[in-house]
Design a protein around this ligand. Structure first.
Ligand code: PLP
Length: 357
């Protein structure tokens, strides 16, 4: 197999052992003589996988007992409407830190009043707004902890006077989180914990059951909690791969060790971006994400963008083109990205600098 450095933003690089285990299970699941995609989701063997997935998830994230977890289909985008369906009675507050936050906000607007407490749209979402006030008369406050497209991140668990809801699609499992500060945490798995097709939600039970509207069964958190994520057929294969990924996280020391590595990888790359006269970072320094590192060609070198992309590609870099809405470059340095890949990209930037001096 050819060696590449996979900086894709999502779906993205997964731990090789998880991919290999998935391949084995596709061929023969647990010696059943069937593929994992052929077995009944009501079978004992499958039940064991679901249980393992949930218990690893709870253990790694240190989820308190008064929280329920569900693994669903629909993506984080489905959660954009599921959250207001379940929580929004009259008014909700949103922090607008990017396109994903805006999409979440749009769905809430369809169901009630929405207050945008602050927005960083004025500077292309290159920073996290500060000093805003969270209204006390709202049903919940929604944040996007990591802004995948712009490379900004809220890395502390903020305190909120109202139930705090967080889209953690692209930084879940990258650091330890104080789950007790949140009412709901949700996200698509395909950024840091698995393949596309499974969506996670962590729900503090007492926030449910407070809205007066009819909630369609499939959009009702309670349906999925009561059904143990098996009200309908769960996304079996993505959940299997996610479970293998969680095992890898645990074997690699859990979230503290993973976070330490993530910070090291990000720091290495940011150092090079700051040192190399050809490049410049786009996110405000204090809000820089450790998962998605965004940069552009420096003033006077903008004409070299295509050439650098081409050069990087020739050196095995994959997925470093910035999101189509912002351009430039984005290197996603998720959990499973080896430090060697970061070093390879740095080498590339330094060689390109020499070629252009
Ligand atoms: C990718 C992403 C989404 C959308 O996820 P889907 O699973 O594709 O719906 C939402 N929020 C954030 C922060 C993302 O990075």
């Amino acid at each position: 197999m050819k060696t590449v450095h996979n900086f894709n933003a999502g779906p993205c690089v997964l731990p090789r052992p998880a991919v290999e285990a998935a391949i084995d299970a596709l061929k023969d699941f647990n010696g059943t003589g069937m593929s994992v995609i052929e077995i009944s989701h009501r079978s004992k063997d499958w039940e064991a996988v679901m249980n393992e997935c949930e218990s690893l998830w709870r253990e790694l994230l240190n989820i308190p007992d008064n929280y329920k977890v569900v693994f669903l289909g629909g993506g984080a985008s489905m959660q954009f409407c599921m959250v207001p369906f379940n929580l929004l009675e009259t008014k909700a507050a949103y922090l607008e830190t990017g396109v994903w936050a805006k999409k979440a906000l749009k769905e809430a607007k369809g169901l009630g009043e929405v207050v945008t407490v602050a927005s960083s749209a004025d500077k292309t979402y290159s920073y996290i707004p500060k000093g805003y006030e969270i209204p006390s008369d709202v049903d919940y406050f929604h944040i996007t902890t990591n802004n995948t497209i712009y490379g900004t991140e809220i890395r502390e668990d903020i305190s909120s006077p109202v139930p705090l809801v967080a889209d953690m699609s692209s930084d879940i499992m990258s650091r330890s989180v104080d789950v007790s500060k949140y009412a709901i945490i949700y996200g698509g798995a395909q950024k840091n914990v698995g393949p596309a097709g499974v969506t996670f939600a962590i729900i503090r039970e007492d926030v449910l059951g407070k809205v007066s509207r009819y909630i369609p069964s499939m959009l009702n958190f309670k349906t999925h909690i009561d059904g143990g994520s098996m009200y309908n057929t769960p996304p079996v294969f993505p959940i299997y791969v996610m479970t293998q990924t969680l095992k890898w996280v645990k074997e690699n020391g859990g979230l503290e060790a993973i976070n330490k590595r993530n910070v090291e990888k990000a720091q290495l790359l940011y150092n090079e971006i700051d040192r190399n006269p050809l490049f410049v970072g786009t996110a405000a320094t204090e809000d820089r994400s450790i998962m998605n590192i965004c940069f552009v060609m420096a003033e006077g070198h903008q004409d070299k963008e295509a050439a650098f992309l081409e050069f990087a590609k020739s050196k095995g870099m994959v997925g470093i083109k910035g999101h189509r809405s912002v351009g430039g470059f984005r290197a996603s340095t998720y959990n499973a990205l080896p430090k060697d890949s970061v070093q390879a990209l740095i080498d590339c930037m330094q060689e390109f600098e020499k070629m252009n001096s």
